[in-house]
Ligand binder design. Structure first.
Ligand code: 4NP
Length: 160
């Protein structure tokens, strides 16, 4: 099994969106028996909560179901994942602090490094304090980046 975890701050907006988008892409590629998808947050503020209602509503409009409850990413989680995708530079830094050796560091990437339209270092913008347009944009970005991510994983792991 190949195990993938998307990580943002709260695990209620961006990472559950990326999780839902990537799961659908994996399903459509008939790879759900080979790739497991999850998400978590670097922060603890929203542990146990459902995804933000605005993220769920926008997801539903665009054909995605955001499931699961927020949880915090801990250093032990690295053992359970092969690919850990940070939504922004803060999440990237927080994850790197938790990763204690080189092989663990190597699991961590910015999600948008797989978005072919993005500049190096680009982030998935935090939609929490903005309007509904931000949630729509997060889905657009996740769709592009997750397609690129699946191509990367497929070639690295010799899938399909
Ligand atoms: P997320 O969005 O990291 O995409 O889940 C946020 C959720 C909550 C907060 C910030 C961002 N917050 O400050 O509570």
């Amino acid at each position: 099994m190949i195990r993938v975890c998307f990580v943002c701050l709260g695990n209620i907006c961006r990472s559950p969106t990326a999780e839902a988008v990537f799961r659908q892409i994996v399903d459509k590629a008939h790879l759900s028996d080979q790739i497991v998808v999850d998400s978590a947050g670097t922060g603890s503020y929203h542990i146990g909560e459902q995804a933000d209602s605005r993220a769920r509503a926008m997801g539903q409009r665009r054909g995605y179901r955001l499931v699961g409850r927020a949880r915090q990413f801990g250093h032990r989680d690295f053992e359970g994942f092969d690919y850990v995708l940070a939504m922004d530079q803060d999440n990237l830094r927080a994850l790197r602090k938790l990763a204690h050796d080189e092989s663990t560091q190597a699991k961590i990437r910015l999600l948008r490094s797989f978005d072919s339209t993005a500049e190096p270092g680009a982030e998935v913008p935090d939609p929490y304090y903005g309007g509904p347009g931000g949630f729509d944009e997060v889905i657009d970005i996740c769709e592009r980046a997750c397609r690129g991510l699946l191509e990367h994983i497929s070639s690295e792991r010799g899938l399909g």
